[in-house]
Design a protein around this ligand. Structure first.
Ligand SMILES: *Cc1c(COP(=O)(O)O)cnc(C)c1O
Length: 410
């Protein structure tokens, strides 16, 4: 049996331990949902207040130049690029993940004229699939979405396929694709890879350039700690940039937005993938979250995430044998940064945990999802979370009526 004292010793030796103090977190709260909404960095409030009162209030419209508001999409994009193995000039911060999926899936199809199949897997986050369904309708059937099981993807990549669109880490189970292998199989069939890094960026090192990825998108409010509804990002490998025809051809992706030409002419490079005016306040908040991650070593973040998940799995097996299914992979190479348990009363158990000051989330039909964000989750938090889960199961507090009521957001 692993003891609490042994676990607290791991926190003593943790080289990332100091980062927790950079976030606004109540000491008694165990926050295991940073994979859904990252915690608030302490310096974000002051930075956003400064952008509001000084840059907006005092400098007004001159801020577009004076405070480089206009450069935010590429400046923050390049910073995110450092977290995902992308050399400068290949990432922009823009729009939402859903919209970026639409933009880049349409671009991928245009890069492969004569092919109309988009392959994805049934474990993908539904919005990514919905966006392709919308694109299929818009093009009057010019796109076919082909869904397979996540272990069958490589076999489905045939010469008909234009784009292989996958989320690297399954949002419900934490299962992780082999990005290098799938990208190689995609290229062998002459197709374009489109990776969704919503559960990867900021969670562990990603090597987009090194694996030869073509296109990617990702989310600003999960592991990047950018705040609720933070802008997302997209990546286009250098070699494709001048061939991309943006389907959302807005003025800030124009070659000369302030020439106000009547005809659209895409900007050179990554900039053409920006559509409209950047949400400056949200981007200022996102930049604070990204800056903290850039101070940390992503390999250390990954090593701690693996250790936290291994500890979590071990404690659940030792202390709650047979009570929960464990669907997150035991093999760290096939796992993102979350632990996922199954139980038919999962929703009520999650509500009972929240009442006990442990915040995970629930994903239908029966998954309890615990996100592991190593900058602010401690080994002791994992021990205490499992301990409170043991109490909830022993005392059956999850059966209380108030824990059965479903809220809109789970
Ligand atoms: C969180 C998430 C999204 C969210 O998309 P929004 O447009 O920000 O709502 C999209 N795709 C995946 C895979 C996600 O995990």
């Amino acid at each position: 049996m692993v003891t609490r004292a042994e676990v607290l010793a791991l926190d003593q030796a943790d080289q990332l331990a100091g980062f927790r103090d950079r976030f606004v977190l109540d000491d008694g709260l165990i926050y295991l949902d940073g994979n859904s909404l990252g915690a608030l960095p302490k310096h974000t409030a002051a930075r956003v207040a400064d952008v509001v009162s000084r840059e907006w209030g005092r400098d007004l419209i001159t801020s577009w130049n004076r405070n480089d508001w206009i450069g935010m999409p590429t400046r923050i994009g390049d910073k995110i690029g450092r977290l995902i193995g992308a050399a400068p000039g290949q990432v922009v911060c823009a729009d939402s993940t859903s919209i970026n999926v639409f933009k880049l899936a349409a671009a991928a199809l245009a890069l492969r004229p004569g092919r109309r199949v988009v392959v994805s897997d049934r474990g993908n986050f539904p919005t990514d699939l919905y966006m392709i369904q919308g694109l299929a309708e818009l093009t009057g059937g010019g796109v076919e979405l082909r869904l397979v099981d996540e272990t069958e993807v490589s076999a489905a990549i045939t010469e008909e396929v234009a784009c292989v669109m996958l989320t690297e880490v399954n949002y419900r189970t934490g299962w992780r694709h082999d990005m290098a292998a799938v990208t190689a199989a995609t290229h062998a069939a002459g197709a374009i890879s489109l990776w969704d890094l919503a559960h990867s960026a900021g969670a562990f090192p990603v090597a987009l350039d090194a694996v030869g990825a073509d296109l990617a998108v990702g989310c600003g409010y999960k592991y990047l700690n950018g705040g609720p509804g933070a802008p997302a990002f997209l990546y286009v490998a250098q070699r494709h940039q001048d061939s991309i025809r943006p389907p959302l051809s807005g003025w800030l992706g124009h070659d000369a937005p302030f020439a106000f030409d009547l005809g659209y002419r895409p900007a050179a490079g990554i900039q053409r993938n920006v559509c409209g005016t950047p949400p400056v306040l949200s981007m200022a908040a996102l930049e604070c979250g990204v800056d903290i991650l850039l101070e940390a070593d992503l390999d250390a973040i990954r090593a701690k995430s693996v250790a936290l998940a291994d500890l979590f799995h071990t404690l659940v097996e030792e202390r709650l044998p047979g009570t929960f299914g464990i669907v997150s992979p035991r093999d760290a190479a096939r796992r993102g940064s979350q632990v996922c348990l199954t139980h038919e009363a999962g929703y009520a158990i999650v509500q009972a945990l929240i009442a006990a000051r442990v915040i995970p989330d629930f994903r239908a039909p029966n998954i309890l999802r615990f996100g592991l964000t190593p900058l602010y989750v401690r080994f002791g938090d994992v021990w205490d979370a499992v301990d409170r889960l043991v109490t909830i199961m022993e005392t059956k507090t999850w059966q209380q009526p108030e824990f059965q009521v479903r809220a809109k957001v789970t």
